[in-house]
Design a protein around this ligand. Structure first.
Ligand code: DGY
Length: 426
C-alpha cells in the first residue's frame, strides 16, 4: 500500500465510523463515544475537516459532569451489543454515561489542532469555549483523585487507564472481590476473538467495582477513599500533565491568564511528583499501588509513555535505551508489555500488543525532548503494521497479527496524523 492509498483508506475508516456529531471507535465492539478515542480521532479529522474535528471534542465535553469529570463512555443511543450498558452503570444522566473517566488527552489535542488550524478564527473560538471545561476536568482530577495533594492522580478502575487488562493491575486486582456480582453475558467476545480480550475473571472484578461505585451514588467525594483499587499510572499522569501544560500555553496566548497560571502550577507539582515513580533497576517509570504504598514491579508501556510529559532529559534518554532493549525481543515497536517478561501475551489487549496511539504519543514526547534518533523506527513500525495487517485496534508485536476490532477509528486517525506530521520515505 503506498502512502496515498493508506491515507485514503484511513479517511474511509473515519467516515464509516462517523455518526455525525461523534465517532464510534469501531462498529459492533464499541458502539458509543469513548473519551480518549474521540480526542485522538479529532487529530485525524483535523487534517481534512476542521469543523468536524472540533465537533468531536465539543460533543465529548458537552457531557461533562457538574463536578468536572468527563465520562469514559457516552451512550448516545441504545445498543444491546455492548456490555456493560447504561443500566449497569446507573449514573442517572439524561444522556447516559459511565461514571468513571479516561486519559485526559483532550487538552493536548485542542492545542495541537488549534496551532496548526487553517481556520484561525474557528480555532480561537473553539479553544476559548473548550479551555475552561478542560481545565475544570484537570482540576477535578487533582481534587477527586489526589485528595492528599501528592501531585499524582490515582485510577480507581482499570478501564480509566484505557489499558484495561495490563499486567500492571494483576496483583492489585487480586484484592478486588467478586462476591455479589451476579451472572452477566459479555458481548465483547462476540465481536472480537476472546483470546485478544480480558478474561472472565477480570470482567467480574471490573463489574464489582462498577457496582461498588454505583452504591456510593457515583459521588466523587467518596469514591477515591472507598475504592480497593487505587493505582497511580505514570503514563496516565504524563498525559494529564502534558494536557495541563498545553492548556497553560494556549490559555496564556488567548489571554486566559487565570487558567494559564493554575495549569502551570499543576504541571510543576505533577512533574516533581513523577520522580517518585522512577525505577533505576527497570530503567523506566512504574505504577504505584496507593492501597499498598509500593511501586508495582511490572515493565509495561505506561512507564515509557511518561515521556509525553516534560520529564528530565536524562530520563527521556534512558527511556530510549529501554525501547532499544525491547526491540531485541520483538519485530514491531513498541510492545505494551516487555516480551521477555513471563506475563507477556502478544495478542491479549494491553498485555503485549502494539497500539498506534501510544507509539504516536511516545514519539511526540521524544521529539520534544530532542531524542529524535529513535523516532523514525517507531513511526515506520506503525506503518509496517498497517501495511501488513490493516487498520486493526492493536497488533501482535512479534507476528503483526491484527487484533481486537477491525476498521478502527483511532488507528486510522494516527495514520493520517503520522503521514501528515513526519517526513517519510515514500
Ligand atoms: C471495553 O469495553 O473493552 C472498554 O475498553 C471499556 O472502556
Amino acid at each position: 500500500m503506498n502512502h496515498t492509498d493508506m491515507l485514503q483508506h484511513a479517511r474511509q475508516v473515519l467516515s464509516d465510523n462517523d455518526r455525525g456529531t461523534y465517532t464510534v471507535p469501531t462498529h459492533g465492539l464499541y458502539p458509543f463515544q469513548w473519551n480518549w478515542d474521540s480526542a485522538l480521532s479529532a487529530l485525524g479529522f483535523a487534517h481534512f475537516d476542521e469543523p468536524r474535528a472540533w465537533g468531536e471534542i465539543e460533543t465529548l465535553m458537552a457531557h461533562q459532569w457538574e463536578d468536572g469529570m468527563v465520562p469514559h463512555i457516552i451512550f448516545h443511543q441504545p445498543d444491546d451489543g455492548y456490555f456493560p450498558g447504561p443500566d449497569v452503570w446507573g449514573t442517572g444522566r439524561t444522556v447516559p454515561t459511565t461514571g468513571i473517566t479516561q486519559p485526559p488527552v483532550t487538552g493536548f489535542a485542542v492545542r495541537r489542532i488549534h496551532d496548526r488550524a487553517r481556520d484561525k478564527g474557528l480555532a480561537r473560538a473553539q479553544a476559548r469555549a473548550l479551555l475552561p471545561k478542560i481545565h475544570a476536568w484537570h482540576e477535578w482530577f487533582y481534587r477527586a483523585r489526589d485528595p492528599e495533594g501528592t501531585g499524582l492522580v490515582a485510577l480507581l478502575h482499570p478501564w480509566e487507564s484505557g489499558r484495561d487488562n495490563s499486567v500492571d493491575w494483576d496483583a492489585a486486582f487480586e484484592r478486588v472481590p467478586t462476591e455479589g456480582v451476579g451472572a452477566f453475558v459479555r458481548r465483547d467476545t462476540t465481536h472480537a476473538n476472546p483470546a485478544h480480550r480480558p478474561t472472565d475473571e477480570q470482567y467480574k472484578r471490573y463489574i464489582w467495582l462498577v457496582q461498588k461505585f454505583r452504591s456510593l451514588g457515583w459521588d466523587n467525594t467518596k469514591l477515591h477513599d472507598a475504592s480497593p483499587f487505587k493505582v497511580v499510572d505514570p503514563g496516565f499522569n504524563a498525559i494529564l500533565i502534558r494536557s495541563c501544560e498545553d492548556v497553560a500555553d494556549l490559555a496564556a496566548r488567548l489571554g486566559m491568564d487565570e487558567i494559564a497560571e493554575a495549569s502551570r502550577a499543576m504541571v510543576a507539582k505533577g512533574v516533581a511528583a513523577m520522580k517518585t515513580l522512577w525505577s533505576d533497576e527497570m530503567g523506566q517509570y512504574l505504577c504505584y499501588d496507593r492501597c499498598q504504598g509500593a511501586l508495582i514491579q511490572s515493565p509495561s508501556i505506561s512507564g515509557i509513555l511518561a515521556t509525553f510529559a516534560p520529564i528530565p532529559k536524562a530520563r527521556a534518554a534512558a527511556l530510549v535505551r529501554r525501547i532499544e532493549t525491547l526491540a531485541d525481543s520483538c519485530n514491531y515497536l513498541i510492545p505494551s508489555h516487555d516480551p521477555t517478561h513471563p506475563a507477556f501475551d502478544g495478542l491479549r489487549y494491553w498485555r503485549g500488543p502494539v497500539w498506534l496511539i501510544v507509539n504516536y504519543m511516545v514519539a511526540d514526547g521524544f521529539a520534544r525532548a530532542g531524542e529524535t534518533e529513535i523516532i523514525p523506527r517507531i513511526i515506520n513500525d506503525c506503518l509496517r503494521l498497517i501495511e501488513t495487517s490493516g487498520f486493526a485496534e492493536y497488533h501482535d508485536p512479534i507476528t503483526a497479527e491484527p487484533c481486537g476490532g477491525p476498521h478502527f477509528t483511532w488507528t486510522a486517525a494516527m495514520v493520517i496524523e503520522i503521514l501528515n506530521t513526519y517526513e517519510l520515505a515514500a
